[in-house]
Write a protein that binds this ligand. Structure first.
Ligand SMILES: [Zn+2]
Length: 320
């Protein structure tokens, strides 16, 4: 009896990577997808129902023998440039009947749905991913002011704005860029903390540090200074010049001075758009209304300027 070739001999560079079989392996599946070195056995009919690209591919190829290679009698479709993780997340979404019942999705799932949704025209998955991203990085001020918490359809974590910016650059999803760049440039409130985060990175979706591109780092660091100046000239101009805003009561003026000293002077800080009131009850109702009126009006103006501030195309282009 011949000795079987030893599987222990050292691998050479010429040998293919050893293949992994994913848990997504239906024994009655009709096609095997391969991304990186992972294979998935799934149903051509399920892929075709969700994706125009796969539908066309299977219609053109028809018989399994028309595909280059086969695995267990199924045609093998190599997915170049896609990660096994992305493919796993998208197949999970296609096969899980309860997928849409879970309100919040992790960024890794949403980004896979967007990337592969665009590439293979899984339109429903792509639209769902866009809706989830826009729930936290919306194109309108009204939606931005109430974002987060139970309204958010994406799991939140510190590096989410950076991950979202990088994904938007990769996929061309302009609609989330103003709010995501603004989030990276204006939160948390102290300028020193904002800049430290931009330079050091934050915990990303995969648990590793996520960094912005060098270009976006520069954009966000410069934007912080611009936003600080605009804050004094806009929504919080009444803190710098309460008289011009019509705040004249003696005890309200001293209240404004307290706000200026405690919230603005100790360290340069940004009060984010839509932030809860900074007045903390030190103004009388009349002066509070004057201050809030200025904040509301000026926040709208500031929001309108965001696209230009970050060097993007106009809001009108973005909202198309
Ligand atoms: Zn007053």
């Amino acid at each position: 009896m011949d000795a079987a070739p030893s599987s222990k001999r050292p691998r050479t560079d010429d040998e293919p990577l050893s293949l992994t079989r994913s848990n997504i392996w239906y024994s009655d599946g009709s096609v095997v997808l391969q991304a990186e070195s992972t294979q998935f056995r799934v149903h051509a009919s399920i892929l075709s129902a969700g994706s125009t690209v796969f539908k066309d591919m299977f219609q053109v190829a028809q018989a399994p023998s028309n595909f280059d290679s086969q695995v267990e009698g199924c045609p093998l479709v190599q997915l170049y440039d896609d990660t096994a993780h992305d493919v796993e997340h998208v197949l999970g979404a296609l096969y899980d009947r309860n997928f849409y019942k879970h309100y919040k999705k992790p960024f890794m799932v949403v980004s896979a749905m967007l990337r592969l949704g665009q590439k293979y025209e899984f339109d429903e998955l792509r639209d769902d991913a866009m809706m989830r991203l826009e729930s936290f990085f919306p194109p309108t001020l009204a939606a931005f002011k109430i974002r987060g918490g139970f309204l958010s359809k994406i799991v939140e974590y510190p590096g989410l704005p950076y991950d979202a910016i990088n994904l938007a650059r990769q996929t061309g999803l302009l609609s989330i860029l103003p709010a995501a760049l603004y989030s990276a440039s204006a939160f948390p409130s102290a300028v020193i903390d904002i800049h430290r985060n931009i330079l050091s990175g934050l915990a990303g979706a995969d648990g590793k540090l996520v960094h912005l591109s060098p270009g976006d780092k520069a954009t966000c660091i410069l934007a912080t200074s611009t936003l600080l100046a605009k804050q004094w000239a806009g929504p919080y101009s009444w803190v710098d010049a309460p008289g011009e805003a019509g705040i004249s009561h003696h005890h309200c003026l001293s209240g404004v001075e307290t706000i200026r000293r405690t919230k603005f002077l100790r360290e340069p800080s940004l009060i984010g758009i839509g932030a809860k009131s900074v007045t903390g009850g030190v103004l009388c109702p009349t002066c509070e209304a004057l201050a809030q009126g200025i904040i509301t009006t000026e926040e709208f103006k500031l929001w309108d300027e965001l696209a230009e501030l970050f060097g993007l195309v106009s809001w009108a282009e973005i909202r198309k």
